[in-house]
Design a protein around this ligand. Structure first.
Ligand code: AMP
Length: 216
C-alpha cells in the first residue's frame, strides 16, 4: 500500500508516519528529512536547498522530484511507502503520478490531516527530536519522562530544526496554503482523499488514519 500524508507543517505527519511505519510496516519517505540529510552531508542537492529551507520556502520541484525518484528505486520501498511532505505542489503531484506509473506502483490513498493555523505555530515552535532514534518531543506538550533522556532509546542528545521558529513557520504556512492546499482538490478528483481531524490526541489521530485506510 502506498499513501500520502498531506497537511500543513506541524500537522503531525512525521509523528503519524513513524507510528504507521512501526505498526503497519510502511517505509516513511520524508522529503524534508532527505533534504536535511543532504544539507548536513554538504551534497550538491544540499547546497542548493539550504538557504531555501532556512527561509521556509519550497525547494525546486526538479530537485525534490529527482530525490523522490531515486528513493523509489531502492528495494525497501516495495513494502509500501508513506509520502510525508511530498507532493507539495501541483507539478510534484503530477510528477508523482508519472513516476508511480513508470515504476509500476499504485497510489492507494491520500490522508489529509486538518489542523487550524493558530495551533500549528505553537506546535512547531517548541518541538525537538531525539538525535538517536528520532522520537519527537515538545517543550510544552510532551517532555521525556526523565528530563534529558529519550523515553524510547535512552539517548541524551536532541535536535531542533533550524526552520522551527515562529517567523519561518509563518513562511512555511504561507507556502502550504498557496502551493500545497490546492492538492486537496486534485486528490478529491481521484476519489482517494480521506480527511482526518489532526487536532485530536496522537493515538486518536492514528486510529482515524487506520480507519481511513481500512486497517482498523
Ligand atoms: P518538512 O520537514 O516536510 O517540514 O520540510 C522542511 C523544508 O524542506 C520545507 O520547508 C521545504 O523548504 C523543504 N521541502 C521538504 N519537502 C519539500 C517538497 N516536497 N517540495 C519542496 N520543498 C520541500
Amino acid at each position: 500500500m502506498n499513501i500520502i500524508l498531506l497537511g500543513p507543517p506541524g500537522a503531525g505527519k512525521g509523528t503519524q508516519a513513524r507510528i504507521l511505519m512501526d505498526t503497519i510496516g510502511f517505509v516513511q519517505l520524508s522529503t524534508g528529512d532527505m533534504l536535511r540529510a543532504a544539507v548536513a552531508a554538504g551534497t550538491e542537492v544540499g547546497k542548493k536547498a539550504k538557504a531555501v529551507m532556512e527561509a521556509g520556502q519550497l525547494v525546486s520541484d526538479e530537485i525534490v522530484i529527482g530525490v523522490v525518484s531515486d528513493r523509489l528505486d531502492e528495494p525497501d520501498t516495495k513494502a509500501g511507502v508513506i509520502f510525508d511532505g511530498f507532493p507539495r505542489t501541483a507539478a510534484q503531484a503530477e510528477a508523482l503520478d508519472r513516476l508511480m506509473a513508470e515504476k509500476g506502483l499504485t497510489l492507494d490513498a491520500v490522508v489529509s490531516m486538518e489542523v487550524d493555523d493558530e495551533l500549528l505555530v505553537d506546535r512547531v515552535s517548541g518541538r525537538y527530536t531525539c538525535a538517536g532514534c528520532g522520537e519527537g518531543y515538545h517543550d510544552r506538550h510532551k517532555q521525556p519522562a526523565k528530563a534529558g533522556v529519550c523515553d524510547s532509546c535512552g539517548g541524551t542528545e536532541f535536535n531542533r530544526r533550524a526552520d522551527d521558529n515562529a517567523e519561518t513557520v509563518r513562511a512555511r504556512l504561507e507556502a502550504y496554503h498557496f502551493e500545497t492546499a490546492p492538492l486537496i482538490d486534485y486528490y478529491t478528483g481521484t476519489g482517494k482523499l480521506r480527511m482526518v481531524d489532526g487536532m485530536a490526541e496522537i493515538d486518536e489521530v492514528t486510529r482515524s488514519i487506520r480507519k481511513a485506510l481500512g486497517q482498523d
